[in-house]
Write a protein that binds this ligand. Structure first.
Ligand code: PMV
Length: 346
């Protein structure tokens, strides 16, 4: 079954008031995974992601510099925990955005995708917030990379959602100017990779059994930490090369190696986590058979859902294959595609 994304009517939350901004920002799917962090939300390895198009957050912010405090409504309901988290965040970014601590915000946030989908909602929401704050506090002069830096401090992978179709975050010798502070758009991309899709099989809609902060923390004392950092750096190099030359097989190999390595790290952490479900594995097996006919590969985030990544040229066949599986197992899928990042709506 196809899980329909909400088509949000932007008009209903638009306003002509000058102290208001409405932005949208998408989620992203990492091809090289950020797993492990240090210091002030710095990644222990470089990552690259594809920006999504339809799975996004729409954020409407009313703001004032006269009275501080945050009131956040998520899907029309006041969320006190989230409001407090953002208040704390605003106090923590004073060195980057001095105006933030005096800022009063009333935020209405809504996602086009269901919360239970296991799609990185923190990436879309926190990139929307960083993007909006940068605009609110800019006074017409944009500071390069600040929006991504603000997004990163709210949630690491959010730094990559602002731009597209591909974003890289974290230092690597191959990319001049790459930084642990913010993400950059990946520029050297072969046309083979410009029309990609991500179909997400919602294998299990339950709550995640490990938060991403707890997951990153597991890497601090992981016995394979050093090996993971060098593997990620090497995979990053191979992935960038594949994306630049259009080498689809090499791309697919690294894509799956990254997904399975992420889960292998969780399986061997202390405490350990088994996030894949029997149905995740069943689907992977089927996909491997299907690959004999169609060049299609998967990736997985820190959860049981499988992301199937493929070009437009084989879309009909892949969607048909996925729909047969979801129908047989009574689960949903979301079909999304490559996108370009955040924008101001009004
Ligand atoms: O940004 P966080 O803290 O939610 O971490 C995201 C981690 C992964 O989704 C597993 C990988 C990634 O690079 O997005």
């Amino acid at each position: 079954m196809v899980q329909k994304l909400k088509s949000l009517k932007v008009n209903s939350i638009m306003s002509s008031s000058p102290n208001r901004i409405v932005v949208e920002s998408p989620s992203n799917i990492a091809f090289i995974k950020y797993w492990g962090k240090y210091g002030r939300q710095y990644p222990t390895n470089p990552s690259i992601s594809m920006t999504l198009k339809n799975c996004k957050t729409i954020m409407d912010l009313e703001y004032t510099f006269e009275k501080s405090g945050v009131e956040l409504f998520f899907e029309d309901e006041l969320n006190e925990k989230f409001s407090l988290r953002i208040e704390k965040y605003l106090c923590s970014i004073e060195d980057i955005l001095p105006e933030a601590k005096d800022l009063g915000l009333k935020i209405k946030s809504t996602n086009t995708f269901p919360h239970s989908a296991g799609i990185a909602s923190s990436a879309s929401a926190m990139s929307a917030l960083g993007f909006a704050l940068d605009k609110i506090c800019t006074e017409n002069k944009s500071i390069p990379h600040r929006a991504s830096q603000l997004a990163r401090l709210a949630s690491g992978s959010a730094s990559r959602s602002l731009m597209g179709p591909y974003a890289i975050w974290g230092e690597h010798d191959l990319i001049p100017g790459s930084s642990n502070d913010y993400a950059l758009e990946a520029t050297d991309i072969h046309e083979n990779f410009l029309n990609m899709n991500d179909s997400i099989l919602l294998i299990d809609k339950g709550e995640k059994s490990v938060s991403s902060s707890a997951g990153h923390a597991l890497m601090n004392s992981h016995p394979y930490k050093e090996a993971r950092v060098s593997q990620a750096n090497e995979n990053f190099r191979v992935m960038m090369n594949a994306l630049a030359t259009g080498d689809y097989d090499s791309f697919g190999n690294v894509l799956e190696n990254e997904a399975l390595s992420l889960h292998a790290l969780m399986l061997t952490s202390d405490p350990s986590y088994i996030l894949l479900k029997p149905l995740s594995l069943e689907f992977i097996q089927r996909l491997k058979f299907f690959r004999k006919e169609m060049p299609v590969y998967f990736t997985i985030d820190a959860g049981p859902n499988i992301h199937v990544i493929y070009p437009d040229s084989i879309k009909d066949a892949v969607v048909e294959f996925i729909e047969a599986f979801t129908k047989e197992h009574k689960i949903d899928a979301i079909h999304d595609s490559i996108g370009t990042g955040a924008k101001v709506l009004s």
